[in-house]
Design a protein. Structure first.
Length: 307
């Protein structure tokens, strides 16, 4: 009988949330995919792990028996993979940095230069991720630090906000609002949107114009896995989308127009890490990022409360 770590992670999330909906959001997967995975685990174990009906989810005695073991196995595996990653990074003197979109404002080259002064025998490796992993590799320990857009859908990550920028509507050049100097979000809500994929979680809602505590009410015409893909779909006239002010410039291309949206909260760009990661190289890069921002923006850095 083979049970994979993913099965245990999915089981543990449902057991702790006692809700398939909340567990799916926490895991950044669809609810049908989560339910299918749990059914497969139950078949492999020949045991019913949850009693579930329309109103509630409860652990069965078999599920209660498995939960402690699952938590221990996952904790030991995470400790083991962390130790391996640390050993490899220390041996190769390589810091792995994840990102979801282009990093504007010269933050990255300045941060790398500052990191090099603090850790002269280390090198930085930049890795790009799609929106289906909104933690840019931190969740799966493929990266050590990452440049992310808030909200960050993981309570075990700390972050420091580096920039706060207006949100812009990106429209095809032939769109009825393309000639406007600015728009309000109410003028956009009836338009078809190009969205991030479902695994992006709350980040998907944010880039559909949802403010904290609000539901998304727009129509999604298409999904895009990357920023470039999103802009190409918009240029084709399939729908509209939202981007940060900086990315409106970085990703500008023929066939699209970017217009500021006056009544949306700003987008926040942050550098993030796994909480409890006190490695000198990680801390040195975080400080280098913070130091890089005043040189770029001309303003003092303000940290978020998420650290």
């Amino acid at each position: 009988m083979d049970v994979h770590l993913r099965d245990l992670r999915y089981f543990t999330a449902v057991a702790e949330e006692l809700s398939f909906t909340r567990a799916a959001e926490r895991l950044h997967v669809s609810q049908p995919a989560l339910s299918k995975q749990i059914r497969g685990l139950e078949r492999a174990l020949r045991a019913t792990l949850f009693d579930r009906d329309r109103r509630q989810v409860r652990l069965t005695p078999a599920g209660q028996a498995l939960l402690g073991t699952a938590r221990r196995v996952l904790a030991e595996w995470d400790d083991g993979t962390t130790a391996v990653a640390d050993a490899v990074a220390q041996q190769q003197r390589t810091l792995r940095v994840g990102t979801l979109t282009a990093i504007g404002h010269e933050i990255y080259p300045r941060a790398v230069a500052g990191f090099g002064r603090r850790q002269p025998d280390w090198r930085v490796e930049l890795r790009s991720f799609g929106w289906d992993d909104p933690t840019a590799g931190l969740r799966d320990r493929a990266t050590d630090v990452a440049f992310l857009w808030l909200p960050i859908p993981a309570a075990d990550l700390g972050y420091r906000v580096l920039l706060s920028e207006r949100r812009f509507a990106v429209l095809s050049s032939g769109h009825r609002l393309a000639g406007r100097a600015a728009v309000e979000f109410g003028e956009l809500v009836d338009e078809p949107f190009v969205s991030l994929p479902l695994p992006a979680g709350p980040l998907r809602d944010f880039w559909l114009g949802a403010e904290e505590g609000q539901d998304v009410t727009v129509t999604v015409a298409a999904e895009a896995a990357t920023a470039d893909e999103k802009l190409e779909i918009i240029a084709a006239g399939v729908g509209i989308g939202l981007v940060s002010e900086g990315n409106a410039t970085v990703y500008s291309r023929p066939g699209i127009v970017s217009v500021p949206v006056t009544d949306l909260s700003p987008a926040r760009f942050a550098v993030a890490w796994r909480r409890g990661d006190g490695r000198l190289a990680v801390q040195a890069f975080l400080q280098a990022c913070v130091d890089a921002v005043p040189d770029v923006t001309g303003a003092a850095h303000t940290s978020a409360s998420g650290t």
